[in-house]
Design a protein around this ligand. Sequence first.
Ligand code: EPZ
Length: 421
Amino acid sequence: MDKIIVKGGPRLEGEVAVSGAKNAALPILASALLADGKSVYRNVPDLADVKTMLKVLGTMGCGTARLTGEQADVCEVEVHGPIHPEAPYDLVKTMRASVLVLGPLVARFGRARVSMPGGCAIGARPIDQHLKGLKALGADIHLTEGYVEATAKRLTGGTVNFDVITVTGTENVMMAAALARGRSVLENCAREPEVEELARVLNKMGARIEGAGTSVITIEGVEALKPVEHAILPDRIEAGTLMVAAAITGGDVLVTHVVPEHLEAVILKLRETGCTVSPEARSIRVKAPRVLHSVDVKTTEHPGFPTDMQAQLMALMTVAEGTAVISERIFENRFMHVPELHRMGADITIEGHTAVVKGVRTLSGAPVMATDLRASASLVLAGLRAEGKSEVQRIYHLDRGYERLEQKLRGLGADIQRVKA
Ligand code: EPZ
């Protein structure tokens, strides 16, 4: 297994471009199932999770390809005629977002057999709301042998009020409703930019969706959708991670290819720590102070502070001046980076869903273990600051959601490299 070796110290300076958004690419690739023909997606990040989604589509009989050379950011998904509407356990268990094929399959092909994703490191992550929504659109749902079996002659529009705000739940049901007969109204929806982006793509395919990005989404079902060409929006969480890299090293970095409006909460929180954060049209400059202030944060649904930035902000707070209280209110077990940060000398006490982080003057490099995607990012960030060498192991977690992160950081002056196992 590869690992990352990072030696703390260098102030990061310069310019870095953000890749396409993982959490937009995954539902958008799944949406290709809704149309007959070839859809072409640009700015698709080269990530393990994207490879898995293409594999899931491929096992169903879709034609999938990632181009090469100048067009290495382009993926094609071709759907022709009947396919095998099943997402097997051995793929779904490696990436729970595979469940995003459920809505498109039952809407377009009338049936789907998708493995229950099961929990993951950060929580149980049930899909009850996905199933509740599909049932409200007329699908018959049976759970057998760890699989969801969904059937419907044709879905019919309905009203869905989500009991829990769920990003992929909103996306799954929105995709299904696009081909249902009649109108659907989805209430208490997730408002993430990736939900809005998916609706933009579906409307380009001929869907009639309004309200995406707000908590009420209205969909007028249509008879058929057509394939699409689309460029995936920038990854706001990768952007936020790079902004924290500037902050934790006392650096001065221009992060480009971003949509600043998608990072409001992160921009405001970094300003509270004392950073100068200057958004432009498609870029954000972060200039860090010599001493950072500790700030409190509560993760919540968009447009609040994103749970996917909690571990990264915690790494920053370990070396801030004062005490930070960090409450994780989305997932039940998203503090697995804490024991690893302890190994680097961080002073963090967990009380239930809250972590109390007392800033320390220095962290010391150490061998640490990645446990999940964003935890691995936080360990790399801490390593950029720690005195001496840190070794982050099991970075296959990092590769799920970050495209060449160590190259991007090295381009900013970090002393960091990937060591092949
Ligand atoms: C999406 O996961 C993201 N993944 C996650 O990003 C992100 O952390 C999460 O949204 C929250 O923003 C993708 O978009 C592919 P949820 P998702 O359904 O949709 C509960 C990353 O690091 N819930 O919004 O699976 C659930 O347990 C990943 O890139 C139910 O109870 O998250 C959680 O507590 C990690 N029943 C809360 O809702 C359901 O049916 C939010 O989960 C669905 C969810």
